[in-house]
Write a protein that binds this ligand. Sequence first.
Ligand code: HEC
Length: 158
Amino acid sequence: MNTLKKTVFTAALASAVIATTVVADGHADKAAADAVKARHAQMQMVGYHIGVLGSVAKGDSPYDSAVVDAAAKNLAALAAMEHATLWIEGTEQGTVEGSRAKPEIWSDAAGFKAKFGDLETAALAMVGAADQAAVGAGIGAIGGTCKACHEVYRGPRN
Ligand code: HEC
């Protein structure tokens, strides 16, 4: 290979390496952004279901045991979702657009998981609530678990 050919070849190789790196980063960025979107969807589902219970507690919706049980069970199921696909390390606030996840989610993974466990327990305690008053009595405990986790593991508004 003469010098010119060598230079062209080296340049081509270098740009191929750069292109591959960019594509790889692009995939990583997309995966991170998708995970943040998905866990926001999880939280919106959580918010929706406590809203259903809140509406019964306030008397805005009529008490219906099937609806109350379904909302409580869905809340518990959402709280029990596995973390590996949603709470991906490296997606804390400041690294991915829209994320408000604090680094403590990963540095204290057991504590974070325990807070989800508290939500699951409070939601399961709501299953079988026999009337509007019982829904009202249990909803404070569920709401308390939202606040307890957000205070420690959710960052300020972006
Ligand atoms: C174990 C911790 C934990 C519990 C329990 C929890 N959350 Fe969250 N929630 C978070 C974190 C962390 C975020 C920020 C996630 C992010 O931006 O990546 C969040 C974000 C949210 C959001 C914003 C979603 C969006 O679209 O940006 C809503 C709404 C929400 N939570 C509602 C609730 C409600 C209501 C409850 C209780 C019924 C609750 N959460 C319980 C940790 C929790």
